[in-house]
Design a protein around this ligand. Sequence first.
Ligand code: BGC
Length: 257
Amino acid sequence: MSVILGIDIGGSGIKGAPVDTRTGQLTAERHRIPTPAGARPDDVKEVVAELVRHFGHEGPVGVTFPGVVQHGKTLSAANVDDAWIGLDADALFTQATGRDVYLVNDADAAGIAEAQFGAARDVPGVAFVLTFGTGIGSALIHNGVLVPNTELGHLRLKGDKHAESWASDRARERDDLNWKNWAKRVSTYLQHLEHLFSPELFVIGGGVSKRAEKWQPHLQTARTKVVPAALLNDSGIVGAAMMAAGRHHGELTPEPS
Ligand code: BGC
């Protein structure tokens, strides 16, 4: 099976598209439905089911979630309803869609897609794919292999600043920062990660990836190259489908189920 539906649950929109998992290309135009206010499980479940119906899709479905995912359960909920914490979301979506659903953290999905087809492809050593949106998501890739659920958006910076609350794209909008001043915050964050992990590369994903000319010239790291995500904001959809394809074929990626 090579075409799998990928669905990316985000803070403002839930997007889906069928993906050719051999090439990482979308095989139909993506469809976006606004995230229901409060992002409660039952409301989100309905949207996921509607996207499956929209594409008339048969076969497995890969779904991202903006929190920790382990063994099909959602274990954190920084920017969604608390009812997700400890929920068997895999079972919820499977029941709602009647399909085999495979769940993955949203940043991890972006990491899988960028490592396979995008800006982190063929990078030896440690590469980070970081998504800047409502929160900050992190994917740690080592020699092309994902280390799941790193949650490095929740690091503390400069004393006690919560990285995601201070340097996400939402913080840029909330604090009415120009791109240069936002890039200064992101630079502080990246330098902290450099100090901890000495990576080879930072890939910047999320909604800001399509506006790289605004922030890229202002970013400063000690020594690590920084590039925008090659798949732009589609990396979650593509990575979700890739992960579902791998798990459906029995590969233990990105975490055993
Ligand atoms: C969550 C992460 C997620 C990131 C981006 C954070 O608040 O804890 O799991 O990847 O937001 O959505």
